[in-house]
Design a protein around this ligand. Structure first.
Ligand SMILES: Cc1ncc(COP(=O)(O)O)c(C=O)c1O
Length: 377
């Protein structure tokens, strides 16, 4: 059996043809495919606007920047995420305030958020871990009470639903990633979804140096050469051939999620009765998008030895996540006490991600499950 990665893209001939068509055209960046992709994304999510950028990290960065918060503001977030989430707070001169997670979904614990709010708190960035939406109702309630902005890091959760509504319609700004391990890919890529016109207009500038006219608008016989740089933006632009790939991939998103759900059902059935495995939880008011399939190891199982057993069996298990506050940069720069995060610490010591991607064959999944069963304590 070839090495089985934990995540992998699914690119077909149709995707390749769409990319090649753009590569043969005059506009390979800042052209018409960007808006077409953004419109298709907005339509899928059911929101008013989407701004496409070159990564989920860039999307987080311009989302925080667009809020124009006073320097040194505190932004509450989860430590149980990829570092890009809390890094975006720091890029913008603000301070990440970590709140512990729930022991079932591993999402930020909304009951703990209130305890960390100070007069400097201006926003919350919550992450839909693995594709399971957070307690959005409770988080929105807190945001309303304390007048806070909400950013939803839905890099794991495109296509997920909360109370039958698609993720992308709850927070002021919602972030998606199109990295190859995600549900759909543009190679690298990301987007911010919003229903707020003012923030949307600002993000269009922030992704391109803060300049008020892009190359497409300055092209043709009647266009002027003039432009103004209104904000300190960067070059976070997506290319048109990436957008073409995104449009083509988006058409298959629901099929990809369905495949992931089928694989998850198979996993649950095949390993559900192993006494040292705790399966992921799914609350009944959500549609889980299943970016990753994580299990908790119970009893006396040593996660790192189990990890080694699986890797030597050719299986690309992984650990999502090392809590952000454990990284040396965070330890050097912030006053961190791990004891403040007992749930994140416990989950981190026992969690393991099993391979899950839409074109994973059943034979591979069975091989993973049999390898788990062969593990000798
Ligand atoms: C929760 C979360 N936020 C942000 C990112 C950053 O996305 P990207 O890799 O597209 O920059 C990731 C990527 O893995 C992620 O998992």
């Amino acid at each position: 059996m070839d090495f089985i990665p934990y995540g992998l893209q699914w690119i077909d001939e149709e995707d390749i043809d769409e990319v090649v068509r753009v590569l043969k055209s005059d506009w390979i960046t800042t052209g018409p495919k960007i808006k077409e992709f953004e419109d298709a994304l907005s339509y899928y999510i059911g929101c008013r606007y989407c701004a496409a950028v070159n990564s989920g990290t860039s999307a987080l960065d311009i989302a925080v920047q667009s809020l124009d918060l006073p320097q040194g503001s505190e932004i509450i977030t989860t430590p149980f995420t990829f570092v890009a989430t809390s890094n975006a707070i720091i890029y913008n001169g603000h301070k990440p305030i970590f709140v512990d997670i729930c022991s079932d979904t591993f999402n930020i614990n909304s009951d703990e958020i209130r305890k960390k709010i100070t007069p400097r708190t201006k926003a919350i960035i919550y992450v839909d871990f693995a594709g399971h939406p957070c307690d959005i109702k409770e988080i929105k309630e807190i945001a309303r009470e304390y007048d806070l902005y909400l950013i939803e890091d839905a890099c794991h959760a495109i296509g997920a639903e909360y109370d039958h509504e698609k993720v992308g319609n709850f927070a002021d700004l919602t972030i998606f990633s199109f990295h190859p391990v995600k549900h759909i890919t543009t190679g690298e890529g990301g987007a911010v979804a919003t229903n707020n016109e003012e923030l949307y207009e600002k993000m269009l500038l922030l992704r391109s140096h803060g300049i008020d006219k892009n190359a497409f608008d300055r092209y043709g016989p009647d266009a002027s050469w003039a432009y103004d740089m209104k904000y300190l933006g960067r070059n976070y632009r997506m290319t048109d051939f990436q957008a073409a790939l995104g449009i083509s991939q988006l058409k298959k998103l629901d099929f990809f999620i369905k495949k992931r759900m089928e694989l998850v059902s198979m996993y649950n059935e095949l390993i559900g009765d192993i006494e040292f495995i705790r399966l992921p939880c799914v609350k009944n008011n959500v549609r889980h998008a299943w970016h990753i399939y994580t299990v908790l190891l119970e009893g006396s199982i040593d996660r790192d030895e189990f990890f080694k057993h699986m890797r030597t069996s050719g299986i690309g298990v992984n650990v999502h996540y090392i809590p952000a506050y454990r990284h040396s940069y965070y330890i050097r720069n912030f006053d961190i006490n791990r004891d403040d995060y007992p749930v994140a610490e416990d989950v981190f010591s026992r969690i393991i991600t099993l391979p899950l991607y839409s074109r994973m064959g059943n034979d591979k999944l069975e091989y993973v499950c049999n390898s788990i069963k062969k593990y000798k304590k």
